[in-house]
Design a protein around this ligand. Structure first.
Ligand code: ZN
Ligand code: ZN
Length: 188
């Protein structure tokens, strides 16, 4: 990255800036930057607690652009079992094909499957990397996040987090088992 005074929220590459040898970008953005690129999504169930590091390689053939990249960050999210929040590392490796938006109709006529190709469209001469970053983060947040594989969850009776302590309900169970022992004692 040069010393150009770019907008901090901006992660764009000019089409004519992609040389034959490609374009390489390695950068870090802080959590406020990531929060900002998600600011239009109202109901996300996680928060950003760390920087994001982004490494990107861009190649192009004519007007077709290929983007490969790697991103790393950490989000805070609630465990589906114990409901406690925890830091979830998010690491994503990605590959995209980008085509100029004026070719969109043509490609859709050819019934190209967008999902298979990870196809994006760009407008004019500017490639915006932010939508790719957003999609990758959303794709890598699990639907059922678990704080640990062995999370014990919460007690269905009292709601205590069983990872931290046993609850009264468990003690009652122990008391119950004592009662079982009593039952085995010979009767008078
Ligand atoms: Zn948990
Ligand atoms: Zn309980």
């Amino acid at each position: 990255m040069g010393k150009s005074k770019k907008n901090q929220n901006d992660l764009t590459i000019r089409l004519d800036g992609i040389k034959e040898s490609g374009y390489h970008l390695s950068c870090k953005r802080n959590k406020d930057w990531i929060k900002n690129i998600f600011s239009d999504i109202k109901d996300i169930n996680f928060t950003f607690i760390d920087d994001i590091s982004i490494q990107i390689e861009v190649f192009r053939t004519g007007r077709n652009v290929f983007v490969s990249g790697l991103l790393n960050t950490t989000v805070e999210i609630n465990c589906i079992k114990c409901l406690g929040n925890f830091g979830l590392p998010v690491e994503a490796e990605f590959h995209y094909n980008l085509c100029p938006s004026d070719e969109k109709e043509l490609l859709l006529e050819k019934e190209i499957n967008k999902a298979d190709l990870d196809l994006f469209f760009y407008q004019g001469h500017i490639i915006d990397i932010v939508p790719l970053i957003r999609e990758q983060i959303l794709l890598h947040i699990p639907l059922y996040p678990l704080c640990h594989e062995t999370c014990k969850g919460i007690c269905p009776q009292c709601g205590s987090n069983l990872n931290h302590s046993l609850c009264q309900c468990d003690k009652e169970e122990i008391a119950g088992s004592k009662f079982e022992i009593l039952k085995k004692l010979p009767l008078k």
